[in-house]
Design a protein around this ligand. Structure first.
Ligand code: ZN
Length: 488
């Protein structure tokens, strides 16, 4: 057999085992009995050992040297396999094991220190994580910013300099828009009791309307909403707060966006390296298009207002317009995950600049809290009152996920580009959204982007879908129009 066929046959088993590991993780977060944890840890470790051996198998190097791509698909599969193989070759096994050990401990220490507002207890372990990630970046090499090396795991081809240039251009316009919104009339608030079963039934109805296929997926409850799996088994989770139905509904739409990308990849790519979303940024562009650009649009809110009154009766807001304003309320807040569409990007930019400085050695962990608080004051006009509202709010740094944050804003930026394309090609989209029907837009996203999986690089994926190079302008124009109208 030619080397390419041998390689793909070997990889198919790795992909299948990796899918099993993912589903085991899903099980752990959803339905696993509490008492099963110690056995599960051993099961997961065993699977990881098998996967690690396959990913570093010496035959991979031989096959990758000998394999030739006969077409575009083979070329893309080889590109994905080479990247992960070369990465594994560059990082010494000792360092990879040390990172796994320290970050799994650090996550627990972060959770404990955050609960007791004890920044001093968190600093030493975070300093250790930063030291290890700096060392890893040095092994991964490259001749620019060491942050670039870490970003490749989440956004292949991305660079810190490009990201910084985009963010620096966005920041003043977002700060100005934010000040305008906060000076305006506060948005109305929902009131009432929203029973769990009704929320879940409505969430399932909306998930189906957005194209989530329940024949190849399911929704369960978990502490943190997530999407898991690819191909023909893609599951999502949601959560319910009986006083805040938006929590369940919008996190469901968000995860449906991620899941539809995975479910939408053509069957030919199933269990191959390109049979999944190409990057975190492109993935997030799908979830943000579904959740924000469509789910929080005025047209869709009109439909949702009617459905919510059917199901919950009086919800405390008097008109469709007030409901739309409630969905898109801009208010002061410290927490990224609770931020509105407008301020969210400012939260991300703050983290990007700080973690980039940490990895480069321009900032030390001892000075991180001060740097965070100064920047928060500058961008949000408020001083941080406690570490859990400040630099200790997110899990990411404790688990070593430096380089991940910018993909959230990149997702918003790409969503801006994609939805500008949708609006160009589907001019009557709002009329359909007002009937609770996003299918013309989700169909466009599937045809133009989702079906290809990781066939093209992230930037080429967006360019192929829209016909243009990605830029921040469509997102900024969209936000200025939307929030300019909401906060005149
Ligand atoms: Zn997401």
């Amino acid at each position: 057999m030619p080397a390419y066929d041998d390689l793909m046959a070997f990889q198919r088993i790795t992909e299948a085992l990796s899918a099993v590991a993912g589903r085991t993780g899903w099980d752990q977060e959803t339905v696993m009995p509490r008492g099963s944890a110690p056995q599960r840890a051993e099961e997961m470790a065993a699977l990881e050992e098998v996967l690690h051996a396959r990913r570093t198998d010496p035959r991979l190097g031989d096959w990758l040297r000998e394999a030739h791509a006969a077409d575009e698909v083979a070329d893309a599969n080889l590109r994905e396999l080479r990247r992960s193989y070369e990465r594994n070759q560059k990082v010494p096994a000792r360092l990879a094991a040390e990172i796994a050990r320290v970050t799994s401990l650090a996550q627990g220490q972060w959770a404990e220190a955050r609960a007791s507002e004890d920044a001093a207890a968190f600093r030493p372990v975070l300093a250790e994580v930063v030291r290890l990630r700096r060392e890893e970046a040095a092994h991964l090499g490259g001749n620019g910013d060491p942050y670039d090396a870490l970003m490749q795991d989440y956004e292949p081809g991305g660079s810190a300099a490009e990201m910084a240039a985009m963010f620096d251009a966005m920041r003043p316009r977002l700060v100005a828009l934010r000040e305008r919104a906060l000076a305006g009339e506060p948005a109305p608030k929902l009131s009432g009791h929203f029973p769990k079963d009704d929320q879940l039934a409505l969430a399932a109805e909306i998930a189906e309307a957005f194209g989530y296929d329940f024949q190849r997926g399911r929704i369960d409850l978990a502490v943190h909403p997530f999407s898991s799996g690819s191909g023909i088994d893609v599951r999502i989770t949601t959560r319910v707060d009986e006083s805040d139905p938006f929590n369940c509904l919008y996190s469901t739409i968000h995860e449906v966006g991620h899941a539809c990308y995975e479910q939408g990849v053509v069957a030919d790519h199933l269990l191959t390296p390109i049979g999944r979303g190409v990057s975190m940024g492109v993935h997030e562009s799908q979830s943000r298009s579904y959740e924000n650009q469509m789910g929080r649009s005025e047209a869709f809110c009109h439909w949702l207002y009617g459905r919510m009154r059917d199901r919950f009766g009086d919800i405390g807001v008097a008109s469709e317009r007030d409901f739309y304003r409630a969905v898109n309320a801009v208010h002061h807040g410290y927490i990224r995950t609770e931020a509105d569409e407008l301020q969210y990007n400012l939260h991300v930019m703050l983290r990007f600049d700080l973690e980039r400085a940490l990895i480069r050695g321009a900032l030390e962990v001892d000075d991180l809290e001060g740097a965070w608080n100064d920047r928060f004051q500058a961008d949000f006009g408020v001083s941080v009152d406690k570490p859990s509202n400040g630099f200790m709010q997110d899990v990411h740094w404790s688990v070593g996920l430096m380089g991940y944050f910018p993909t959230y804003s990149l997702g918003n930026l790409y969503a801006g580009c994609l939805m500008a394309g949708v609006r160009r090609d589907v001019p009557d989209l709002d009329a359909a959204l007002a009937k609770g029907d996003p299918s013309a837009a989700t169909g466009w996203l599937n045809t133009q982007l989702q079906q290809y999986g990781a066939l093209r690089s992230p930037v080429e994926t967006i360019r192929h879908a829209t016909g243009e190079a990605p830029s921040a302008e469509p997102l900024l124009t969209y936000l200025e129009q939307k929030f300019g109208d909401l906060y005149p």
